[in-house]
Design a protein around this ligand. Structure first.
Ligand code: FES
Length: 363
């Protein structure tokens, strides 16, 4: 099923480094509400492809919501079709098809103390969080930013400016592989130990994310204070125009530790399910979910504005937490073992396994 997509004008293309571009979109007044976002969310864009018609890719918004801008930042990846196409071809005045903002890699409390880790282009959602928390929040913000070398540091000047403007609250630590080598788990752990009470957000290449996450786990930082962003290209076509898209390809990081997908149909609960849902401060109760459709479709049918993007178990936009009962997923490409142990499920893939189920979208 296709999601409603929108064609937006490219207002500006900014050369951030030799191999990274920021793309600023014009969002007309009538789409402002549809395109409202929280820091850390991403946009899904349709990139034209000779072979397949289009390729769908998710890129984090690097702007902050209060700036009024909608800016993504794209770094070339070796053999990455979409990122190279964007960096080579896109210019101001072009148009692109997009899906509205989505994603759950976003702080619930902007006043919290934040410990941010960005590896390479993984800085994009992280700088959105940092900008927003500094401007709108009151807590401390610490950023560990790892790059190959000085030339590859995206947003270097802005980070310097922020650390001057918010000297009391913002600390940025640059780690250059060319100078210090890759950060080891032990070094990351030593760094993070000073901020163990902070809310942590991690985005970057898979080995970097794994090292940071393991370091944070070893420090005993609980799962609810460890947030990580993974992007995989969409295996299907959410734009609904062509039958194929390019094969799945990691953009910022591969969900290499995602559980093996389980495509076997789960045994659903045969009978009406008592379902309670918390979403955006609202509480909903239903007694007529028969397990004949997945949770997301059931909620949509009931007029509940539940979040989603890919509908394929690939993006985690629809993630919810099971508070009581159990859901079984038909497909999962994005949640890892920790996520599953914490009760996180993808509503677009979930069927009921219990007579009473209580879920929350509030994390
Ligand atoms: Fe993408 Fe459910 S909507 S995983």
């Amino acid at each position: 099923m296709a999601i409603e997509s929108y064609r937006l004008n490219v207002a500006e293309v900014i050369e951030e480094t030799a191999d990274a571009r920021s793309i600023v979109f014009d969002v007309p007044a009538e789409l402002r509400e549809e395109f409202a976002y929280t820091p850390g969310q991403f946009l899904t864009v349709a990139v034209p492809s000779d072979q397949t018609g289009l390729a769908a890719r998710c890129y984090s918004l690097s702007s902050s919501p209060h700036s009024g801008r909608h800016q993504i930042t794209v770094k070339r990846t070796v053999d990455g079709y979409a990122s190279n196409w964007i960096c080579d071809n896109l210019k101001a005045g072009d148009t692109m098809r997009l899906l509205p903002p989505s994603g759950i890699f976003t702080p619930k409390d902007l006043d919290a103390d934040l410990l941010l880790f960005g590896g390479g282009s993984g800085i994009t959602p992280v700088i959105s969080i940092a900008r927003t928390a500094l401007e709108k929040g009151t807590g401390k913000v610490v950023l560990f930013y790892a790059n190959r070398d000085e030339k590859s540091v995206i947003f270097a000047a802005e980070l310097t400016a922020l650390s001057v403007a918010y000297a009391e609250r913002f600390t940025v630590v640059h780690w250059l592989e060319s100078v210090q080598g890759l950060p080891s788990q032990e070094q990351l752990s030593h760094f993070a130990t000073h901020f163990a009470g902070y809310e942590s957000f991690v985005c970057g290449p898979a080995p970097f994310m794994k090292a940071v996450t393991t370091a944070l786990k070893d420090l005993g930082i609980p799962r609810e204070r460890r947030h990580q962003e993974k992007f995989v290209s969409l295996g299907g076509n959410p734009f609904g125009e062509v039958e194929e898209v390019l094969a799945a390809q990691a953009t910022l990081a591969e969900a290499d530790d995602a559980d093996e997908p389980d495509d076997a149909a789960p045994e659903r609960f045969a009978g009406p399910v008592h379902l309670e849902v918390e979403l955006d401060g609202e509480h909903y109760t239903f007694d007529d979910w028969n397990g004949d459709k997945v949770l997301l479709e059931f909620l949509e049918e009931k007029g509940v504005d539940a979040p989603f993007s890919c509908r394929e178990g690939n993006c985690s936009s629809c993630a919810c937490v099971v508070l009581e009962g159990e859901l079984a997923m038909t497909h999962n490409e994005v949640l890892d073992g920790d996520d599953l142990a914490d009760g996180i499920r993808l509503a677009c893939q979930s069927l009921p396994l219990a007579e009473k189920i209580r879920i929350s979208y509030n994390g």
